[in-house]
Design a protein around this ligand. Structure first.
Ligand code: C2E
Ligand code: MG
Ligand code: MG
Length: 638
């Protein structure tokens, strides 16, 4: 064997040995990172192995950033690598930019392929650099770069091939680990959102609890308010109905409270009310309810007590006031007048009982008595109502009632969007009788159902007529709670709304007091109505006794704010606050809001500002008979 041959053999075996080492290195890398999902660890392994593989002083892994405008050195090994890792640079910068653009590796041999101009530009800078692209399965990821061959010289074609092979092996592992990392990040984001959602939900529950409290208790005295009183009273009534007992109702009005308020100022006036409430509270037993109706009026419900016991208790409450009150170091004597009504003797519905207790209270005031019991003899309105029954009955038979129609307009566009049908009756003896009176006569004499079905049929016929002439428009009919809760209602309404589309032309206006009815049955009836296409509107909202949580659970779509809040709202901040919060509340519950009784432009302007949806009132039009209504629509459309 000559010398040359010996050298060749030695070279060959060295080459073979090197190949072995390289293959082993590649294999090792592959096994190590194949199952590794920690991105930093993957970068560390890849950098160290690659540096060994091509004998580079420094090895770096530049990767494209999500913004696609920069790249960042995400991993590295060897000289100065620690200082470079984490650096971000613009995409077009340096040889990386070249590799991104051409999706080809860079090494010294590349220089020969460049134009002279490019060659001049790159030669000095990148003579000792090698950079191969990292191409993932889904995306272009970036590259692996080697800087300065250990012990001098340049990276050659062999280094290039090796590094390319290496890059193709590790790219998928890098891509997977990156995907896991971004999944982890979005998981964390999800967790954060969930956490925030939980907090917001908690806040919502808190504030709805607060709203619920505010809607049931009086803020000055902490006593049950009207709503809760109505709820308790209706429960007591159904309880007492079962065991044939009686309930006493005391309506206590503080005499000349306005004078106290004027003299003391509102805050101290409230203080006095609070002290009065505490004094009454002392005389209340566990099954009795003391409530504040607002202003200077208190109600006490005394279950299972007869007239004698109730009057005695009333006198005790009043004499309890005789001891002086001290407010802001001033002593004062408070007097009150009490009206008494007894269930069932003086009325079987809450509104009758309360209005009779009220009548008795006024009687007490005018006769300067502490306590007065309701006496129908003194109830002049009851007497004249009695005289009306016969005539009302006759008019109903002869269909002598009429409907007038009042437009509801869109607050922003002024377009007529719906109408309300209002009953009208002219009595031969009394002339025009307002619905507030004749409806009560109908209700008290079980004639209201018959009247209501007539009203619904008449309004529906009219709405169909209009859908041919003016356009489709819902007509609202007012429903008495009595009719709605009548066991035959569902069947009757199915009879009236025969045609599938007819329901879409109707709205029923119901009052808040309905919400005191047995909830499941009410919900069942209301859902039945809605299934027919009829919309439900809460009339006179704010004067009654609805509980927020109940309202939310019923299929209601409109809320009509009572005119008593609308009338003075421009000048009265309290009314304005009620209107404002009602609009917000209604919108939060997904309801549209109608303002009733709008008579002035300034009120309309303010309502528009507050976001009210629909306007009804004399400013637009009074309720009109058919001909006048048609003429109104014609001139308005023009
Ligand atoms: P409601 O349903 O709240 O109807 C609105 C009342 O306010 C109507 O009084 C209407 O004429 C009046 N109104 C409308 N805009 C204004 C305004 O800008 N200023 C003033 N001052 N008043 C305005 P109406 O027709 O006397 O009816 C009174 C109530 O009688 C109705 O109140 C409703 O509760 C009841 N009612 C009327 N028709 C029927 C009916 O067919 N069935 C039943 N169950 N109740 C009816
Ligand atoms: Mg109405
Ligand atoms: Mg109303």
């Amino acid at each position: 064997m000559n010398n040359e041959t010996t050298t060749n053999i030695i070279d060959l075996s060295r080459n073979l040995q090197q190949k072995e080492t390289e293959i082993e290195l590649l294999q090792q890398t592959f096994t190590e990172i194949g199952g590794e999902l920690d991105l930093d660890k993957v970068f560390q392994i890849v950098s160290e192995r690659a540096r060994k593989l091509i004998n580079a002083d420094t090895l770096l892994i530049p990767l494209l950033d999500d913004n696609c405008a920069t790249y960042t050195y995400r991993g590295g090994a060897g000289a100065n690598s620690e200082e470079i890792i984490g650096e971000s640079l613009p995409l077009e910068f340096g040889v990386c930019g070249w590799v991104w653009k051409h999706k080809r590796p860079w090494w010294q041999g590349m220089l020969n392929e460049l134009s002279d101009e490019e060659k001049n530009r790159w030669e000095k800078e990148v003579g000792t650099m090698i950079l191969v692209p990292l191409q993932g399965k889904r995306h272009f990821l970036g590259g692996i770069a080697g800087l300065n061959k250990t012990g001098g010289g340049s990276f050659d074609k062999k280094d290039l091939n090796l590094l390319q092979l290496f890059a193709s092996i590790v790219s998928i592992a890098i891509e997977n680990a990156m995907a896991v990392k971004s999944m982890e990040a979005s998981h964390k984001l999800n967790e954060d959102y969930r956490h925030r959602l939980e907090t917001v939900n908690k806040q919502l529950i808190e504030s709805s609890k607060e709203l619920e409290y505010l809607s049931l208790f009086d803020s000055v005295t902490g006593l049950p308010n009207r709503t809760l009183l109505y709820d308790r009273l209706s429960r007591e009534i159904s309880e007492v109905e079962r065991n044939d007992s009686t309930i006493g109702i005391l309506l206590i009005n503080i005499d000349s409270f306005k004078d106290f308020n004027d003299a003391l100022g509102h805050d101290r006036g409230d203080d006095l009310l609070n002290k009065i409430a505490r004094r009454f509270e002392k005389g209340i037993r566990h099954n009795e309810t003391l409530a504040r109706l607002g202003g200077d009026e208190f109600i006490i419900i005394l279950p299972d007590q007869d007239l004698l016991q109730v009057t005695h208790r009333a006198e005790q409450f009043i004499s309890g006031l005789k001891n002086e009150f001290t407010v802001s170091q001033q002593n004062m004597v408070v007097n009150a007048s009490t009206g008494v009504a007894i269930y069932p003797e003086h009325g079987t519905t809450i509104s009758h009982l309360l209005s009779h207790a009220d009548l008795a209270m006024h009687e007490a005031k005018s006769s300067k008595l502490d306590v007065c019991v309701y006496n129908p003899e003194n109830d002049h309105s009851a007497k004249s109502l009695l005289a009306m029954i016969v005539e009302v009955r006759k008019s109903l038979e002869k269909k002598q009632f009429e409907l007038h129609y009042q437009p509801k307009v869109d607050a922003k566009t002024g377009k007529v969007v719906a109408v309300e049908a209002l009953g009208r009756w002219t009595s031969e003896r009394h002339g025009e009788v307002p619905p507030s009176i004749f409806i009560r006569v109908l209700e008290d004499n079980s004639l209201i159902d018959e009247y209501t079905y007539w009203a619904i049929e008449t309004a529906l016929k009219q709405a169909k007529e209009w859908s041919k002439t003016i356009g489709v428009m819902r007509v609202a009919v007012n429903l008495s709670p009595q009719t709605l809760m009548n066991p035959g209602f569902k069947e009757n309404i199915d009879r009236v709304i025969k045609n599938n589309h007819d329901g879409n032309l109707l709205t029923f206006e119901i009052t808040e007091n309905l919400f005191l009815s047995e909830f499941d049955r009410l919900a069942d009836v209301l859902e039945h109505i809605c299934a027919l296409g009829v919309e439900l509107s809460i009339d006179d909202y704010g004067t009654g006794y609805s509980s927020l949580s109940r309202l939310r659970r019923l299929p209601v779509s409109e809320l009509k704010i009572d005119q008593s809040f609308i009338r003075e709202m421009v000048d009265n901040k309290d009314d304005q606050a009620v209107v404002h919060s009602t609009i917000e509340l209604a919108h939060n519950l997904g309801l549209t809001v109608v303002a009733e009784g709008v008579e002035r432009q300034s009120v309309l302007d303010l309502l528009v500002e507050l976001g009210c949806d629909t306007i009804q009132g004399f400013l637009i039009s009074k309720p009109l008979a058919i001909d006048a209504f048609d003429a109104f629509i014609k001139s308005r459309n023009r």
